[in-house]
Design a protein around this ligand. Sequence first.
Ligand SMILES: [Ca+2]
Ligand SMILES: [Ca+2]
Length: 320
Amino acid sequence: MISSTRTTLSLPKDIMSKSTSLLIAVATTCLASIAVAGPRSSASYSAQTDSMDAGGRRVSSASYSNDGCIGGIAGVGTVAAPAEVARHGYVGQLYEIARLVVSASSTNVNEGATRQLAARAIMDDTTSLNLTGSSVGWSPVSGPILSISAGGLATAANVYQHTPATVQGSWRGKTATLGLRVLNVGTDDFGTYAGDGIDDAWQVQYFGVGNPAGGPNNDPDGDGQTTGYEFFAGSIPTDANSFFRFRIDRVPGQPTRKNLVFSPRVAGRTYTAQYKLDLNAPGWNDLTGFTSLDAGQQRTITDLNATEMNKFYQVRITMP
Ligand SMILES: [Ca+2]
Ligand SMILES: [Ca+2]
């Protein structure tokens, strides 16, 4: 049977309920061998070797295994998923909490979304208990976690890039942390930079977090082009010498042609040369009949039919 020198140990409510349910689940299926647990001790108890009587039997299935006893006075039951081990039928279960483990179905959580946290207590005899979320004390430790409910539901804040976070659970004097990753799934939803049409990561890169100068209508470098304009142009919004340049040049020896020269030409943009013959006319027409030549960040588009008395040009920059 059980051999121990001290058996005074109160049972958490969680433990009792788990033990009871497992006992019921396996009560009708006792079969073969003896289960033995090794000696162990703590500040509160010591136990030599636990053994069951000769009636102890082992049964198992895909979902659980059980070492039981006909007399109903000892037994060990395990469940594969969620992993749990409980001993049942004893007057008291001689173990103490060794550590706590906090987990989640995934450590990735989308910004603005929630993730249910879970906690499991590992005992000093290697058995474990799955804890109810509400029995654990939860708190954010670092990163963009807005809150964690009493039941362990963590809510992520909006971010401008994938951002690590840490959460913590505490239970009966033990604490454990879990690292999460808050995923940036929207590019224009972060703090004061949200909803202004400019990629938030780009705004943080040049202006830091929450800087009014990063607003789309400001021109903090004083080069005559707003921050919003410079974002699409791909120039640097904090450098007065970096801005979108566009000029119209004559083509030597070709009076019916014009060169449209602009820079910078950056990746991820589509540049479309457009024209109109009357500046007051509505809309612009896409230029046809042209050649294009790139040199570094500069592009030269040559209009092969610049024959009109007046012809106005613009370059339309678009991003996907
Ligand atoms: Ca975002
Ligand atoms: Ca933005």
